[in-house]
Design a protein. Structure first.
Length: 309
């Protein structure tokens, strides 16, 4: 119950900001958003995309207070491709990002971001805002991830812990999709399969205990789960040229510990300066007790160069 309450707090962070607007403003924004209801989209394919490069740099020379020279860069892709034919629709979104940090006193470049995520929903309209749906979600990373420690001499060392498709996650299942407009969507899938893939060399180490590596048993490379999945998407304008996107994914495994709900929450705030420049804040919180007994959080903020296509 505490985890659910905490998740609710995370999901409502930006929504509470939005609620400070007057009732009149809220109604107007809702009416404007409703103009994008699915019925107004012509039949056929529609695609939009954006590439963003975030950067941050620090340089010190004879700086008495101290400091370490560093440079970081993060490249991101957000691509949407949708198809509509009468009562049928197929919505697809690809999110990918990769970032590196180089500091003066480290022997290694370290990742600041690394993710690939594909979301796909096939839907057939029923009445009002409801659709029959089939959801597919895939997540993994591009390159190796390391655990960093120091040797007996104090030198920094690292050990590989993750890699491409280790872990990799695949969710799919039928459900019901509620879509009022392109900025407010919900999907409920009570019969969802979840596959977790790993490299079996991580589960074949002598003395390995079942479930220690992303829930996968010894000498295995996959974990199967079956449960309930709920997703939510909400995007709104905080003020002129400032938008906030909320993406939420919840999963409960019927087969083991259904009370331990997996949570994946993303908050993306874009503060547009002009067509090319923006300040971007990406925040992510994950709870998955198969991976880590606690919340994982990630925050990336920087000035971005944007290319829309």
């Amino acid at each position: 119950m505490k985890k659910i309450i905490l998740f609710a707090c995370l999901f409502l962070i930006s929504t509470l900001i939005h609620s400070q607007s007057s009732e009149k403003d809220v109604i107007k924004k809702t009416e404007d958003a409703a103009k994008t209801i699915d019925d107004t989209i012509p039949n056929g394919w529609k695609s939009t995309g954006k590439v963003t490069f975030l950067f941050n740099q620090a340089n010190f020379n004879n700086w008495i207070a101290g400091g370490e020279n560093s440079f970081s860069g993060n490249l991101g892709l957000d691509y949407k491709i949708d198809y509509k034919k009468d009562d049928f629709s197929w919505e697809n979104r690809i999110l990918a990002s990769y970032g590196l940090l180089q500091t003066q006193n480290s022997n290694f470049e370290k990742k600041t971001d690394d993710q690939i995520e594909i979301n796909s929903i096939l839907a057939k309209k029923t009445k009002s805002y409801w659709y029959y749906s089939f959801l597919v979600n895939f997540r993994t990373q591009f390159t190796k991830g390391y655990l960093y420690t120091k040797d007996i001499n104090g030198a920094e060392i690292r050990e590989e812990y993750t890699n491409f498709m280790s872990p990799g996650y695949l969710l799919f299942g039928p459900g019901m999709y509620w879509k009022k407009n392109d900025n407010f969507k919900l999907n409920f899938a009570p019969l969802t399969s979840k596959l977790t893939f790993v490299d079996s060399r991580f589960t074949s180490i002598p003395g390995y205990v079942d479930g220690d590596y992303f829930g996968v048993d010894a000498n295995k490379s996959m974990l199967y789960q079956f449960g309930f999945n709920a997703t939510a998407y909400y995007k709104f304008k905080i003020m002129e040229n400032v938008t906030a996107e909320n993406l939420l994914n919840l999963y409960s495994n019927y087969l083991k510990d259904p009370q331990n709900i997996d949570i994946n929450y993303d908050l993306i705030i874009v503060m547009k300066i002009n067509k090319i420049l923006s300040a971007n804040l990406n925040f992510q919180a994950i709870y998955d007790d198969d991976a880590f007994a606690g919340f994982q959080t990630k925050e990336v903020f920087g000035v971005g160069l944007n290319y829309n296509f």
